[in-house]
Design a protein around this ligand. Structure first.
Ligand code: FE
Ligand code: ZN
Ligand code: FE
Ligand code: FE
Length: 200
């Protein structure tokens, strides 16, 4: 509940009128959010091959290629969750993922092939992984809150895969790509702590 002082400052014109099919229960919001990420994962499977083809570093290309397989399995996992809930597996356009993929495309246009484009691909991919980490973290919390513990377990598996993908991309960046692209201002490795370099 917002405090009284906050309430007094509210501009009533900003209060959004809910759509006729708006969620009234957390379970509905949960299912809607599952449809959103189902759309997003399918969009990723279609978009990631272009990132692979534009990568110069073999390590970067194989890291993304591996994640395509992981993503396909995440789609199957989401279908299992829809089944568990007795809901139809269907996607609902995720505006955030559509925007992140559009940004990824413009990064390709704005870079020449080689280490700089690779650095751009890593940046775009990590924004995507972070969006997925945020989404699956929320979905796990929603599932637990409504007592869907089997769904929560499956969502935790995906959450861990997204975190791992993010770490692998960091490892690729530290391993070569970003250092190769830093030709003019050389990165002083002594300024980076051991902790930051360590990939668990
Ligand atoms: Fe994913
Ligand atoms: Zn989404
Ligand atoms: Fe979304
Ligand atoms: Fe991912």
């Amino acid at each position: 509940m917002p405090g009284k002082d906050i309430k007094n400052n509210t501009n009533t014109a900003d209060i959004v009128k809910p759509a006729s099919d708006a969620a009234t229960e957390l379970r509905e919001l949960f299912v809607d959010s599952l449809k959103d990420i189902y759309w997003a994962e399918n969009a990723l499977v279609n978009a990631l091959p272009k990132m692979v083809n534009n990568a110069t570093s073999a390590n970067l290309a194989s890291t993304i290629k591996d994640h395509i397989l992981v993503t396909k399995n995440q789609i199957v996992r989401l279908e299992t969750i829809f089944d568990l809930l007795g809901e139809k597996a269907e996607g609902k356009k995720c505006e955030a993922m559509a925007g992140l993929l559009k940004e990824g495309d413009s990064i390709l246009e704005e870079t020449t092939p080689g280490p700089v484009r690779d650095a751009g691909i890593i940046a775009a991919s990590q924004k995507i992984e972070h969006y997925e980490i945020a989404t699956y973290g929320t979905l796990c919390a929603f599932a637990k809150a409504i007592g869907e513990n089997d769904a929560a377990k499956l969502l935790t598996q995906t959450l861990n895969e997204e975190k791992e993908a993010d770490m692998l991309l960091s490892a690729v960046a530290f391993g070569a790509v970003n250092f190769d692209s830093a030709t003019e201002q050389d990165i002083d490795l002594s300024l980076i702590s051991d902790d930051e370099l360590k990939i668990k």
